[in-house]
Design a protein around this ligand. Structure first.
Ligand code: KIV
Length: 272
């Protein structure tokens, strides 16, 4: 029996080729069923290490282990068939050396079958990005606010709001481009700097809190759905899913307490 062919899954070069064209749409995803829904609308899905905060209740992304990223990466790959799936390298899994980064990134690619990985850092990651891409692993870089550096930064604050900070962030973006990254996330970067970097580099910039000047946008799905208790200034809530969940649970609890649930429609009778 013949089956309809599956849609071709987007690749890192497909995303790279979108520089300067129609804006690239991306979301984070940690879960097979929401990945299936988002797959109809996005160009790529990021299994971000923010899952530690939005799904597992950690205060930062630092405690997230590699095995957890792989488990969620596999779920998203099962749910999404057309989007490129990018998996984040968690803190401690790639910073030590290019060899450590390759060993762990290769595990991510083999065990999830994702199409690319993402790592945080600009100039300090140039050598590692080159090492990975030369060995067959497409890399999305991440500069500006890098949440894995929270203990050095002190807080999740916007970057480049003072012009004196611009040169370092521009250099970060240029170095990851030269090292072979296929795109770069700009997080919490002031608009004029995001615009300048987007013009300077030949790879797509993906903004999160970095204005509409970027080549694409990404948000954390739970944040834009209205499911996260705390959100950054740059997040727009496109839904009220947290309120919908609470409403449904309150109705369920009330029905159980008043013996309205389960009713006849949700109860098995005996077949006589
Ligand atoms: O982990 C994550 O959600 C991310 C986005 C902020 C891009 O890295």
């Amino acid at each position: 029996m013949s089956q309809a062919p599956l849609p071709k899954r987007r690749t890192a070069p497909d995303i790279r080729a979108r520089k300067g064209g129609e804006p690239i749409v991306a979301l984070t995803s940690y879960h097979a069923h929401t990945a299936t829904i988002a797959d109809k609308y996005v160009d790529f899905l990021l299994v971000g290490d923010s899952l530690g905060m939005v799904m597992h209740g950690f205060e930062s992304t630092l405690p997230v282990p590699l095995d957890l990223m792989i488990m969620h990466g596999r779920a998203v790959m099962r749910g999404a068939k057309a989007s490129l799936v990018v998996v984040d390298m968690p803190f401690g899994s790639y910073e030590e050396s290019p060899e450590q980064a390759f060993r762990n990134a290769a595990r991510v690619v083999k065990e999830t079958e994702c199409g690319a990985i993402k790592l945080e850092g600009g100039r300090r990651m140039g050598e590692t990005i080159r090492f990975l891409t030369e060995r067959g692993i497409p890399v999305m870089a991440h500069v500006g606010l890098t949440p894995q550096s929270i203990n050095v930064l002190g807080s999740f604050k916007a970057q480049g709001r003072e012009r004196a900070q611009w040169a370092a962030i521009e250099e970060d973006a240029r170095i990851v481009e030269e090292a072979g990254a296929f795109s770069v996330v700009l997080e919490a970067v002031a608009e004029p700097l995001a615009q300048k970097i987007t013009k300077q580099v030949s790879i797509p910039t993906i903004g999160i809190g970095a204005s509409a000047q970027c080549d694409g946008q990404i948000l954390v799905m739970e944040d834009m759905l209205g499911l996260s208790p705390r959100i950054a200034k740059f997040v727009k809530e496109f839904g009220k899913v947290g309120a919908a969940i609470e409403n449904a649970i309150a109705m369920y609890a009330d029905d159980v307490k008043h013996r309205r649930f389960p009713d006849a429609a949700h109860t098995y009778s005996v077949k006589d």
